[in-house]
Design a protein around this ligand. Structure first.
Ligand SMILES: Nc1ncnc2c1ncn2[C@@H]1O[C@H](COP(=O)(O)OP(=O)(O)OP(=O)(O)O)[C@@H](O)[C@H]1O
Length: 708
């Protein structure tokens, strides 16, 4: 034999058009029961039912949960010999090496399951076939090189050398992981191979365990590298060659210390074996899930060396060997699980072409010309158009993401503003309460905070829903000190505890309204406390500006407690204290708003009917009539102004206002304006004036009556 090529570069060429992607070929070989197993009447639990399926004879009741059938590329029963296994499970893959494709055949299984027995046969049959191929292809020159290592206790040893010094692993950018200073022998013929195999067997660490008298204590990797090139180009400096390797991997067997009864050095070996097999299993499992994330090849020397064979540039066949005995059931299952994962692993084999310097230069010149033509004519180049399409896709993706970012920012700002408003309301309420305490008004409360624009009014009255109390929190920001003084004197001088509004609304010009329930109608202190409590968990919602009506809509947020208190008893209160979320979906908030409006409508309706009857009996001025008409269109406002009057319990005479009405409007018709302002209602100044006059008339009448 002669050297096929001089130094040059290795080029990977796709196998066919598909790029050489294929799954690992996985077979299972079941050995017959051995003498020991037969002697102890061990039962055989496994059976190959056809060429591809093996089943578990479910004779043990407690194992009934196990899957009973496994399918692989090929399964071999105890009656199959190694030649058959080689031909059907390894030959095609192994012989890829003569075409310049890397390949690996390895045996995996528990100790004493027949790995060495299988791999010895496969190695020999492969080499025989390789020699046959070489003879059949005289037009090509072949070089066959042999090397062998073992990985014993995580140290790499050269099996063709007497030197026991562990070999280092190096990372080569072109060839991957290589073993430094490894002996490589050019194979002469068949007898030379037999000789080398014997040397390896003699060098390999073998020990006796309870399960195997000749148990391999290391992983063995025999490597045959084949280079071939056409004879006619040899020596002409422009030849190219094919170069590839086939690995025969005989793994050490997984073992249970308890079963192998290993101790001392056997136990240590067993630990190393199991650890590296565990890493192999992890690598296979990760690869079987599609190469996502980190694959821990470097966690063991075995996986590092076998990296190209596990999902890399190689064709790979795995033969999983099994002991059929019931006593090895768990180990057999583990082997089958490993095999199931392995058959999902995809490798990407390529033809490895080595070029002489001249051939390489020629090849590179061709490649350069192709690339230049693509650059000069970007439209026609398929590669360029592909890149353009890719760029367009990315651009669209970026735009979409920018939109999403904008939307997210908008949502964040909205949430922040809602939170801000909520906090402001909380601060206002606290300030109001402080003012209230300092004013020491026992019968009613008028509270201000350090903010000039904040006024709080809390009162109780004959509101039909007597379990409720509401408190004004904020008035319009445009309200000045004068307004405040008016209201303050109104509240402190005229209102009594019974005069106050039952349904009062927390309103602010900053578009918030809050309904705050109170448990007791008589105890105003309790009311204040309750109001404060509710301030803590009440939620506020921003009001939307309605451009069509030109009217500022009231945004109302009820906490569930307020809602539920309209219809529940005090005993149910505890279950209804959870506040609405600030960032509740708009649709929910809209529904709540509708609910509140409906509730207000329900509250106002009785008054509204009463008001109609009163207007027929009370003499009104033109402006008063007009005001009344307009006021009907604003039931929210009406409710605020008049409900104390017409809902006053026991009041039957519609021609005169009841005492409760007068207590609510004690000579201060301005209060009407305040309440309208507070409710942010759509009533113009003329209407308000009319209402004020109407209230004044009623008041004067009543005063006259009482003086009489
Ligand atoms: N298919 C088979 N037919 C007949 N005998 C077999 C078969 N497989 C294995 N044996 C026998 O079983 C014994 C154990 O086999 P082998 O040493 O190959 O197991 P192993 O899996 O390599 O074990 P270890 O991992 O401990 O090295 C050997 O005596 C071998 O001859």
């Amino acid at each position: 034999m002669e050297d096929a090529v001089s130094d040059g570069g290795v080029i990977g060429v796709d196998v066919g058009g598909g790029g050489g992607k294929e799954r690992i070929l996985v077979s299972v070989r079941l050995r017959p029961l051995n003498e020991k197993e037969i002697a102890r009447n061990d039962l055989c639990d496994w059976e190959c039912i056809n060429d591809t399926s093996i089943i578990f004879r479910n004779s043990l009741r407690e194992r009934s949960g196990f899957p009973i059938a496994y399918t692989f590329d090929r399964v071999f029963g105890g009656e199959c010999n190694s030649k058959q296994v080689y031909e059907e499970a390894a030959r095609e893959v192994a012989l890829s090496v003569v075409s310049g494709i890397n390949s690996t055949i390895f045996a995996y299984g528990q100790t004493s399951s027949g790995k060495t027995y299988t791999m010895t046969g496969i190695t020999e049959y492969t080499v025989v076939d390789i020699f046959d191929y070489m003879q059949a292809h005289e037009e090509r020159a072949f070089v066959l090189k042999f090397s062998a290592i073992e990985i014993y206790n995580e140290a790499v040893k050269d099996l063709l050398s007497n030197d026991n010094t562990p070999l280092r692993l190096l990372d080569d950018p072109e060839r991957g992981t290589i073993v430094e200073k490894l002996t490589e022998v050019t194979l002469r013929d068949w007898s030379h191979l037999k000789e080398l195999l014997l040397v390896c067997a003699a060098q390999r660490k073998i020990g006796e365990t309870l399960l195997n008298e000749m148990s391999s204590r290391s992983h063995q990797i025999i490597k045959l590298t084949i280079e071939s090139s056409a004879r006619e180009f040899l020596g002409k400096g422009k030849s190219s060659s094919l170069v590839a390797s086939v690995n025969f991997v005989d793994l050490a067997g997984s073992e249970r210390a308890s079963q192998a009864l290993s101790a001392g050095s056997r136990l240590k070996e067993g630990c190393h074996i199991n650890r590296s097999l565990l890493t192999l299993g992890t690598v296979i499992r990760k690869l079987s899930k599609g190469r996502h994330g980190h694959v821990p090849y470097r966690d063991s020397k075995l996986t590092r060396i076998l990296q190209p064979s596990l999902g890399g540039n190689a064709r790979t066949a795995i033969i999983c060997t099994m002991c059929p005995a019931r006593s090895h059931l768990e180990q057999s299952r583990n082997t089958l699980l490993f095999a199931s994962c392995a058959k999902e692993v995809v490798t990407n084999a390529r033809v490895n072409v080595v070029m002489s310097d001249k051939a390489l230069v020629k090849h590179l010149q061709k490649e350069l010309a192709r690339l230049e033509s693509e650059l000069g004519n970007p439209g026609s180049a398929s590669g360029t158009s592909h890149l353009e399409a890719l760029l367009r896709g990315k651009d669209a993706q970026i735009k979409k993401m920018e939109k999403e970012i904008k939307e997210l920012i908008r949502q964040r700002d909205l949430a922040q503003s809602q939170l801000k408003n909520f906090l402001r309301i909380a601060v206002d309420d606290r300030a109001s309460r402080q003012w209230d305490e300092s004013s020491q008004v026992s019968t009613s409360r008028v509270t201000t905070s350090e903010y000039d624009d904040v006024v709080s009014v809390s009162a109780t009255s004959g509101f039909p829903y007597r379990g409720l109390n509401f408190g004004f929190t904020k008035f319009d920001k445009s309200m000045g000190t004068e307004d405040w003084n008016e209201l303050h004197s109104l509240r402190s001088g005229k209102l009594s505890e019974n005069d106050a509004f039952s349904p009062s609304h927390s309103i602010s010009s900053s578009n918030f309204i809050r309904l705050i329930p109170r448990r007791s109608e008589n105890n105003t202190h309790e009311a204040v406390d309750t109001v404060e409590d509710h301030c803590k968990d009440v939620q506020c919602i921003e009001i939307a500006e309605s451009s069509t009506s030109g009217r500022k809509e009231l945004g109302i947020s009820l906490n569930e407690r307020t809602e539920s208190q309209l219809s529940t008893t005090p005993n149910q209160e505890h279950n209804a204290t959870r506040p609405l979320s600030v960032d509740s979906p708009a649709i929910t908030l809209e529904q709540q708003l509708q609910n509140v409006r409906k509730r207000i409508d329900d509250l106002v309706r009785p008054y509204h009917d009463e008001m109609s009857s009163v207007s027929s009996t009370v003499e009104l001025s033109k402006s008063q009539s007009s005001a009344l008409t307009k006021s009907r269109s604003c039931r929210t406002s009406m409710n605020s102004v008049s409900s104390p009057w017409f809902q006053d319990a026991g009041h039957t005479d519609n021609n005169t206002p009841p005492n409760s009405f007068l207590r609510n409007f004690p000579g201060r018709p301005d209060q009407l304006q305040r309440r309208h302002v507070a409710l942010n209602c759509d009533i113009d100044s003329e209407t308000l004036l009319g209402l004020k006059e109407m209230a004044q008339v009623q008041y004067d009448k009543q005063c006259g009556n009482s003086q009489d």
